[in-house]
Design a protein around this ligand. Structure first.
Ligand SMILES: *Cc1c(COP(=O)(O)O)cnc(C)c1O
Length: 382
């Protein structure tokens, strides 16, 4: 079975991991800060906090921005559940903004309309979490302008989007947002096994996230405190978690960063090939945000009402297609919270027609041709 996504590991990645295993530090050694500097330098952000996965990064990002019980977070329904769950971890409420049917990202028009209504009812969100779906950057200048006007914080869920650019600025530069979060799960663009990172340009937000990642414990002691206690002393100043990344993971991350540009080039090349051969077929591909260069984490198509038939046919031919995403508000857990089908029609309509075709850096031209031929048969295209 050709999967829809997979990791790209070579001997140098394995050697980097083995070197850590033979070193003094499996965790809390030099590899984590090195990986943080590599990613923040690449993206053009001043600070980075590596954690055990992107879900943890989203959680501490919300907390670092002061999200409290009773607070409110908005995200999109067309995302993985983690983008919404992070609000609930903090005891806050969550609501959704429908997507644009072309870019499949948060609709700026729907966001603006919902903000006007919320302002009238005194129910504005504390945080909005746009998701760069499939690696396509959201219209951040427009969303950033709304954040200023209505006074909410912004976390970019860039789990799909390391290497993506908007107007030649890398996603992760946090030009319009407070925090950007990346995932390094094996299906994402680069991997550390499990892993995530939160980037920010605020030293204060960075410090808060560093505390929350490691039990809320600070070793930042004044000389007076040290004098009064001793060299062994540490103090817990907040209720944090153990969300740390290991040095084993970070070393893999550093090694993968060396190949990030080749991963992106290959994904973009595969996406171009899909666009070329699928032109004229009875399906739709994802539209581009103005000025965007997608990282091409996913290649999604809308095949229409016969999606299940096409999906089953492709699976039976050995093409491991998938569907991204079941709208979060239609999950049983979210229905229990009061959400219903029909609330976010664009995300629901897109979901009913969507298929994600295989795309990853080690997918060969021949495998891609096989995917296209299988799709041709599944869709009866002559
Ligand atoms: C993968 C993913 C996450 C969660 O990432 P983990 O590293 O697995 O916790 C969050 N949001 C989106 C959009 C994702 O695709």
């Amino acid at each position: 079975m050709i999967p829809y996504g997979r990791q790209d590991l070579v001997q140098s990645d394995i050697d980097a991991v083995v070197a850590v295993l033979e070193s003094d530090f499996l965790t809390q050694g030099p590899a984590v800060p090195l990986f943080e500097r590599r990613v923040s330098g690449y993206c053009g952000a001043s600070h980075a906090v590596a954690v055990c996965n992107a879900t943890a990064a989203l959680h501490i990002a919300c907390l670092a921005l002061g999200l409290k019980p009773g607070g409110l977070v908005w995200t999109v329904p067309n995302t993985f559940v983690a983008s919404a769950n992070c609000a609930l971890y903090c005891g806050a409420r969550v609501d959704f903004v429908d997507i644009d049917p072309d870019t499949l990202n948060m609709s700026v028009a729907a966001l603006e309309e919902k903000l006007e209504l919320a302002k009238a009812c005194g129910n504005l969100p504390n945080i909005v979490i746009p998701v760069h779906f499939a690696g396509m950057p959201c219209d951040m200048p427009a969303i950033g302008a709304l954040a200023k006007r209505y006074g909410f914080a912004l976390i970019e869920d860039a789990s799909h989007a390391i290497g993506a650019e908007l107007d030649d600025v890398k996603v992760g530069a946090c030009t319009y947002s407070d925090i950007t979060v990346f995932s390094f799960h094996p299906v994402k663009i680069l991997t550390t096994g499990e892993g995530g990172m939160a980037l920010t340009n605020s030293a204060e937000i960075c410090q808060r996230m560093q505390l929350l990642r490691s039990h809320g414990i600070s070793r930042d002691l004044s000389s007076v405190e040290l004098e009064a206690t001793g060299g062994w002393y540490y103090k817990q100043v907040d209720l944090g978690f153990n969300y740390r990344m290991t040095d084993i993971q970070a070393a893999l991350g550093v090694s993968q960063m060396d190949r990030l540009n080749s991963f992106l080039n290959r994904r973009r090349c595969l996406a171009e090939r899909y666009q070329e051969v699928l032109a004229g077929w009875p399906l739709k591909v994802q539209g581009f945000t103005d000025g965007a260069n997608s990282s091409r984490h996913l290649f999604v198509i809308r095949v229409g009402a016969n999606r299940k038939v096409v999906y089953d046919h492709l699976r039976a031919s050995g093409v491991g297609v998938n569907v991204h995403y079941i709208p979060v508000h239609t999950q049983p857990y979210y229905r229990e919270l009061g959400f219903k089908s029909g609330m976010f029609p664009e995300a629901e309509r897109y979901y009913s027609e969507a298929i994600s075709l295989p795309i990853y850096s080690t997918l060969s031209d021949e495998q891609q041709d096989f995917v296209v031929e299988s799709l041709r048969l599944a869709m009866n295209v002559s």
